[in-house]
Ligand binder design. Structure first.
Ligand code: UFG
Length: 323
């Protein structure tokens, strides 16, 4: 039986496919290639181009392949964009997941691991954030991911489907081979934007807000290496295979860095002065997001390997320089 990776040509999806194939799994990838890259799909995975909002596409896929579990990355994930175009997020993230769940129930596929996000919490009440903390998203992206989690909950109750929702904090870094990494078009994420300066693609990096209630006034985020995130998906599938109950897990390092600290670290890694300029706050940004991942460590047996920001940025730098 194969594992179906939806959105397996995207950033976190493609890294997960590499880890799955490395672990000996049989992998099928589906992606509409709207933001994903065909060349990022591992050559040993069977690839189908199509959209999860198409029931016909999903029916053909489930008929053609013997799928045991689904890992679902096929969603839009930009905080800023979600505030400007909320309906795009309701359409792809929520409506897409509705069609997917209908197809899974119809084809008797009952296990799913799902990309959720720290953005479900909104402004946290505690740092580090626990899975039991209140979830009040401050942006449309987080709102749609929270609604997707609730959809899994109710569909699970009605149809015996089990899910693991993985709430990622800030995914970053690149595969150790340098073959795959983060490449969005246009790029909006902090670390790849910073690295565009030493690559000569931009003159400076803008700091979105320096008046937050944090140690240097800039937003604090918990940066977690994409390969560590990928490993968590394999552990989540194993957990469901062992009969584990539906559950939600944070995935982060438990250490927060400000935007200014990330820029400083990138200066050290690249040896480039990387000029930074002050810019207004970006809509929807909470001041601080730092995870407690104790639950994933205790229950899934997750053991992140890349806990050092310099190593993480160096892996991203290695990928971008090779390109
Ligand atoms: N930032 C800048 N300048 C930039 C880009 C970003 O100052 O040019 C700041 C942002 O305002 C934010 C921080 O850098 O404070 C990180 O921004 P990213 O866009 O890299 O990431 P986000 O924190 O907005 O969002 C990411 C994922 C979400 C996830 C969230 C959880 O995109 O899917 O992390 O922390 F929900």
């Amino acid at each position: 039986m194969a594992i179906l990776v939806l959105g397996g040509a995207g950033y976190i999806g493609s890294h997960t496919v590499y880890e799955l194939i490395g672990s000996g799994a049989d992998v099928v990838v589906a992606d509409n290639l709207e933001t994903g890259h065909r060349e990022a799909v591992h050559p040993q995975a069977r690839f189908y181009q199509g959209d999860i909002r198409s029931r016909d596409f999903l029916d053909r896929l489930f008929q053609q392949e013997a799928i045991d579990a689904v890992i679902h990355f096929a969603a839009n994930s930009l905080v800023g964009e979600s505030m400007m175009n909320p309906l795009k997020y309701y359409d792809n993230n929520l409506c897409g997941t509705k069609v997917l769940l209908e197809a899974m129930v119809a084809h008797n596929v009952r296990k799913i691991v799902f990309s959720s996000t720290a953005a479900t919490y909104g402004e946290p009440v505690n740092i580090p954030i626990l899975e039991t903390d209140p979830a009040h998203p401050t942006n449309t992206y987080g709102e749609t991911k929270l609604a997707m989690e609730r959809m899994f909950h109710w569909v699970g109750k009605a149809h015996g489907l089990r899910y693991v929702s993985l709430r990622y904090f800030n995914a970053c870094g690149a595969h150790k081979s340098g073959k795959i990494g983060e490449m969005h078009q246009p790029e909006t994420h902090l670390i790849p934007i910073i690295l565009q300066v030493p690559l000569g693609k931009r003159k400076s990096v803008s700091i979105y807000g320096e008046d937050y209630d944090t140690r240097d006034g800039t937003c604090v985020r918990d940066y977690i290496h994409v390969t560590d995130l990928a490993q968590a998906h394999i552990l989540a599938v194993e957990y469901l295979n062992r009969g584990g109950e539906s559950d939600i897990f944070n995935l982060g390092n438990g250490v927060g860095f400000t935007v200014k600290e990330v820029i400083e670290c990138a200066r050290k890694v690249t040896g480039h002065p990387i000029p930074a300029i002050s810019a207004p706050r970006r809509a929807g940004d909470p001041a601080q997001l730092v995870a407690s991942s104790e639950k994933a460590k205790n229950i899934l047996g997750w053991n992140p390997q890349y806990d050092d920001l310099e190593t993480i940025i160096a892996s991203a730098w290695n990928f971008h320089r090779k390109r």
